[in-house]
Design a protein around this ligand. Structure first.
Ligand code: LUZ
Ligand code: MOS
Length: 731
């Protein structure tokens, strides 16, 4: 029977890397990381650590037999620092001991002699100094300068959006073991092949010498798309040298300090409108804070460019992105992948324009939403565009206009608790923006008793992808769903996998599974036709197929069609399709204290034919709440490059008590661009949470706060909200 994820989680029975039974002779590794944000590494003294109780060995860059390099887009990230350190928390040495505690204590004894250099933490400053990770990225459509100079209104301003810690339930970790010349690694990663490739490279092995197994993750949210590789490779390095199993699992505090987060962006915008409030042109420049190594920053910046105009029709646009090198831990993938920063900036510009022309924000939104046949700045033409109908559905269904009017009556506006409302539409592109990643394969076995095994590259991280894949296999084969087992992801069964990311896990791996299951079903249908009489069960058919020496296995590959650049026009089609929807978010602001509650969030979400409505609803709710956290309470603080909000008492994530009442309406309609009419669900609803930001601005204005024009700063923590109420500096 396929165990139900939900039951395992609720009963605490899900096993993460740290819960696996330990092999005989296992050792534990701990990282010695840089304590300075920028400097020249002069000397590493391992002796004091080696003298500590229980310590077996310690390793530095010198012990790496292959290529000391784990950067996937830009080769700028050594596994262990070699000459320079570029951020606080950069791994410099690895200490291995008999217990995890001994390793941790000993790692702190390593002496690092580092000649400090002047660090840079600010993206704009890095750009000024030319410290870019990749050349400037640009997307341009129409004549922006002409359109802006002939616009009735032009607003100009800036948006600061902060980073965000993933707070996955399971911290980063891996267990590596050398077994008859092969490295077997269990890793908490979204990218089994990425881990396999990294380990092979740093150890100088072939990929076929490295087997990566991914049991199931306790959450990831993008944090394990790239950054799991370092921890797996460090465990593998020690296991390789010591010929004993080595486990490396980060504590929560280590994880918060060492690992990358969502990218902070500093953004400048100019938005033009005509007399009737229609957008004429948009100019935007993103300064993305990439941290001390490239990681996935260029890909993330690309998605910002593609989502620069959010859910709106923009005739002319000039979109510029700087990926800036700073001395903070490398920022990385996080649900939305550069999309949320772009949506926040565009909606802020629109909010600014609404203030200037004196039109309600939702009216200005309505006037400019994308419609069928519109094209995006990259040239992609939208088909089956549901932006406008779902916006109207949500505003009508949730009585937006009347509720907002009531919140703004003089008596409501003068009470201590003031309400604010905002509508937040989404149009989110589905596919990896890097075309090559849009492929997957599936290996399906039917056993002679009619039970089924499915192996794909999809990693189950709590998002329910296994359940969806099981359902696809069951429906296609005519099997009972509880007779379908979706295996742990393993690189010997599934090769050359793309990360489970970009919301595409079920789309890609589900479609490959459908194709493989269909191939088996076609063979069985042949048998069934030859058989006259009562219909046969899958078990009977499988037994017959075996008796007739026919294969009950199939492997299939799927690649998303239609992606790429039109060589004639240069128009890009980066996405298979878009996901649409609108949220109505309501807040209650205590005008005396600056504290607030996000009281209600109501959504109409475009779902295609849901493969699993409970899972999809959960994804919409969870993503929305994560988005609310990003723009409200989640506040990363650094002191000279050192994260000071490094625990869950100093870094506040939305909790169940602070959760708004949630209402999610799934608007189902066949989507012919994904498996069984479904649509991807992981990332798009994160954008709904941004409505909390604009609902808070609405409440502040209703309460009479005079907000600085054209200066948007996220998150709107209660502290910042109080300052805005008091009319002091927006800090
Ligand atoms: N990862 C990636 C992603 O490599 N490319 C993408 O386009 C993407 N989008 C969202 C999340 N992860
Ligand atoms: Mo991602 S942000 O790993 O889909």
């Amino acid at each position: 029977m396929t165990a139900d994820e939900r039951e395992l989680h609720v009963r605490g029975l899900s096993r993460f890397i740290d819960d696996h039974p330990l092999s005989q002779g296992v050792l534990f590794a701990s990282i010695c990381a840089s304590k300075v944000p920028c400097g020249q590494l002069r000397r590493i003294d391992l002796q004091p650590a080696l003298a500590m109780p229980g310590v077996v060995a310690a390793f530095t860059a010198k012990d790496i037999p292959g290529d000391n390099q784990i950067g996937v887009i830009v080769p700028d990230e050594p596994l262990l620092a070699q000459d320079h350190v570029n951020w606080i928390g950069e791994p410099v040495a690895l200490v291995v001991a008999t217990t995890a505690e001994q390793a941790r204590v000993a790692a702190a004894e390593v002496i690092l002699d580092i000649e400090e250099r002047e660090p840079i933490f600010d993206a704009r400053q890095a750009a000024k100094l030319g410290r870019l990770i990749v050349p400037i990225r640009r997307l341009e459509k129409g004549n922006v300068d002409n359109a802006l100079s002939s616009s009735a209104t032009v607003v100009q301003g800036s948006v600061e959006s902060a980073g965000q810690e993933h707070v996955y339930l399971e911290t980063q970790g891996a267990i590596a073991e050398l077994d008859s010349g092969r490295l077997r690694v269990r890793s908490a990663t979204q990218s089994p092949t990425g881990v396999q490739r990294a380990i092979a490279a740093v150890l100088g092995l072939s990929m076929s010498d490295v087997e990566v197994e991914v049991p199931r993750l306790g959450g990831a949210f993008g944090g394990k798309e790239d950054q799991a590789s370092a921890y797996a490779a460090l465990a593998a390095l020690a296991a390789f040298h010591l010929r004993r199993p080595v486990k490396l699992v980060l504590s929560r505090v280590e994880d918060m300090r060492l690992t990358g987060k969502r990218h902070p962006y500093s953004t400048d915008y100019r938005l033009g409108l005509d007399e009737s409030g229609r957008i004429t042109a948009f100019e935007v420049t993103y300064y993305q804070n990439g941290g001390g190594a490239a990681d996935l920053s260029p890909a993330i910046l690309d998605r910002s460019l593609y989502h620069a105009t959010a859910t709106y029709r923009v005739p002319a646009a000039r979109i510029t992105g700087y990926a800036c090198r700073t001395n903070l831990p490398p920022f990385t993938a996080f649900r939305g992948f550069g999309g949320p920063q772009a949506f926040l900036a565009f909606e802020a510009a629109l909010d600014h324009a609404a203030q200037v022309i004196g039109m309600p924000r939702h009216e200005l939104q309505r006037r400019n939403l994308l419609v069928e046949g519109d094209s995006l700045p990259c040239g992609m033409v939208l088909s089956d565009c549901r932006a406008t109908p779902l916006f109207e559905d949500a505003l009508g269904r949730f009585d937006f206009v009347k509720r907002r009017r009531e919140a703004r009556t003089p008596s409501a506006a003068q009470s201590r608790i003031v309400r604010g409302l905002a509508a937040m539409p989404v149009c989110f592109g589905i596919s990896f923006t890097n075309k090559v990643l849009n492929q997957a394969s599936s290996l399906v076995h039917v056993y002679t008793d009619g039970s089924v095994s499915v192996s794909t590259g999809a990693v189950e991280m709590g998002q329910g992808v296994s359940r969806k894949i099981a359902r696809i296999a069951a429906r296609t084969l005519g099997a009972d769903e509880d007779k379908v087992r979706v295996e742990a992801t393993n690189t010997t069964r599934s090769a050359n996998t793309s990360p489970t990311a970009a919301s595409t896990g079920a789309d890609l791996n589900g479609m490959a599974t459908l194709l493989a299951a269909q191939a088996i079903r076609d063979r069985l249908d042949g048998l069934e036709q030859a058989h006259a009489g009562a219909p046969l069960t899958l078990a009977q058919l499988a037994a017959q197929a075996y008796a007739q020496r026919q294969s009950l296995s199939a492997q299939a590959h799927y690649a998303t069609p239609g992606l790429g650049v039109d060589p004639q026009t240069g128009a890009q089609t980066p996405f298979a399709y878009h996901v649409y929807g609108t949220a109505v978010v309501e807040v209650e602001l205590d005008t005396l204290l600056g504290t607030y509650r996000v009281t209600r969030a109501q959504v109409v979400h475009d779902m295609g034919r849901s493969l699993d409505p409970i899972t999809d609803r959960g994804q919409v709710e969870g993503a929305l709440l994560q988005g609310v956290g990003w723009v409200t309470c989640e506040d990363l603080r650094y002191a000279s490059g050192r994260l000071t909000s490094d625990t869950l008492t100093t870094y506040k994530v939305p909790d169940i008590l602070g959760s708004p009442s949630l209402e999610v309406v799934l608007s189902e309609r066949d989507n012919d661009k994904a498996v069984m009419g479904s649509k991807a669900v992981g990332e798009p609803p994160f954008i709904y949470g941004l409505g909390a930001f604009f609902a808070l601005l609405d409440a502040l204005r209703t309460a009479g706060a005079r907000l600085p024009e054209g200066e948007y700063v996220s998150p709107l923590t209660p502290e910042r909200v109080l300052m805005l109420l008091l009319g002091s500096e927006n800090k």
